[in-house]
Design a protein around this ligand. Structure first.
Ligand SMILES: [Zn+2]
Length: 442
């Protein structure tokens, strides 16, 4: 393992803060003590696969065999600083939740790797910094692809996804989280499309030039009520349609989302969001939103992000803060200086806290999936980890444990065909529809 301090500190930051959620938001969302979900169950019981049997195309097989022949695509995987360099080389075993060895081990065949930029000021300086941050994320993904062309390749169409998978390689796709780096116009959309970006979310935390966030920065004076898509946001949706990029409505406010769906002439996706009826968090989709995605022909990927989908035991949250302070990880300097040993100690301590006080585990993720399927239908539901962006639940902590998701879904009575739809079939259908809509652009 080759690890340098910048890679380590990025990981620690993700562990301590959750890269997907700013610290302030997290604290605001900190739940009251509650009865946690049970600890992850053993998934060895082959009898649990009986529910999947009786399908003509599938002989009786173990859950592991079913997982092996299921094409799995995780729609949201973040990347750390120095990605594809000695600082964080995903070609090797790393401290990250996703690297190529973990993908192979866990039977994760494909992933959207993310060009993520947090929201900043809507100023010339802010836009310039965001553009550079996006460039570096893109360079990181490009380095990974250049380093390991025999093991992973970039797909820009659904057909390419299937061709690369058939060649025995892992499949990389690129998604962009937050359109903020586009700046005050949409001229860069064709460039990002050319580079292979195949979905783009409109916002992240905080409203931007295109629309409202599910989590507006009210502290900075943004209205609590989502203003909806701006005029520029309307241009953005049209341009994404024209250039074959899926409109991603994760992280956007409800009005902005409904505006985007109304305007889009192609199906949309939510790349990583939970079901709000199961757990009331602003990042999740309510039933009206799930039905809007259904009616649009899109897909909503349920996210394995503890704080978004379930009630974290207060004792774990308190213990986590104390542990971070004890290990010197409660300051930016401390996180910067963290060694792999400190990270290992942090992870062990966190695991002990969860074992003692309870955890949000894979069964909670499956509850969100069940609800989304009930409301939107199985053709409109998918799965996302948000690994290396704060994601992970008990039983699915990194890509090496991906089979556990399939096993849980089999246990819940989904057939192998249904599971494959959620793992990849639905998003590939959406990709094809978006490609088709772009091909018929005026
Ligand atoms: Zn996110």
């Amino acid at each position: 393992m080759r690890v340098d301090r910048s890679g380590v500190s990025a990981l620690v930051l993700a562990l301590v803060l959750g890269a997907c959620a700013p610290a302030g938001e997290e604290q605001a969302e900190a739940p009251a003590a509650d009865t946690p979900a049970a600890a992850p169950e053993s998934v060895q019981d082959s009898a649990t696969t009986d529910t999947a049997m009786g399908q003509d195309d599938y002989p009786v097989s173990s859950a592991a065999q079913i997982h092996d022949r299921t094409f799995t695509l995780d729609t949201h995987v973040d990347i750390g600083p120095g990605y594809g360099t000695d600082a964080l080389d995903p070609g090797e075993h790393t401290h990250a939740q996703v690297d190529l060895p973990k993908m192979v081990e866990g039977g994760l065949d494909a992933a959207f790797f993310i060009v993520y930029v947090g929201q900043g000021d809507l100023t010339e300086e802010g836009y310039a910094a965001a553009r550079e941050a996006a460039e570096e994320k893109y360079r990181g993904i490009s380095r990974m692809l250049a380093n390991d062309p025999d093991r992973i390749a970039l797909a820009t169409t659904a057909d390419e996804v299937e061709a690369i998978a058939a060649s025995g390689r892992l499949v990389a796709l690129i998604g962009m989280e937050n359109a903020y780096p586009l700046g005050p116009g949409i001229d860069d959309v064709p460039m990002w499309a050319e580079r292979g970006v195949r979905y783009m979310s409109i916002t992240h935390f905080g409203n931007n030039q295109f629309g409202g966030s599910s989590n507006p920065d009210t502290g900075a004076g943004e209205p609590a009520e989502d203003p909806g898509l701006s005029d520029l946001g309307r241009e953005l949706v049209a341009s994404l349609n024209d250039h074959g990029i899926i409109v991603d409505v994760s992280h956007v406010g409800k009005q902005t989302m409904l505006d985007a769906i109304e305007l889009s002439r192609a199906p949309v996706m939510a790349s990583h969001s939970g079901a709000r009826a199961v757990y009331d968090n602003a990042r999740n989709l309510d039933d009206e939103q799930l039905r809007a995605i259904r009616d649009n022909g899109g897909v909503a990927h349920m996210v394995a992000f503890r704080r978004y989908i379930g009630e974290m035991p207060q004792a774990v949250l308190d213990g986590q803060r104390a542990l971070a302070a004890e290990l010197g990880l409660d300051t930016p300097e401390g996180r910067e200086a963290a060694t792999p040993e400190i990270i290992a100690a942090y992870r062990e301590g966190l695991a002990a806290l969860r074992a003692e006080h309870g955890d949000v585990d894979i069964s909670v993720l499956a509850d969100h999936i069940d609800h989304a399927v009930e409301v939107a239908g199985i053709e409109h539901v998918g799965i996302a980890s948000d690994f290396d962006g704060g994601g992970g639940v008990g039983g699915w902590e990194d890509a090496s444990e991906t089979a556990a998701v399939t096993e849980e879904l089999l246990r819940r009575g989904y057939t192998p065909d249904e599971i494959e739809m959620m793992w990849s079939g639905n998003i590939l259908r959406v990709m094809r529809a978006v490609e088709e809509a772009a091909a018929t652009a005026e």
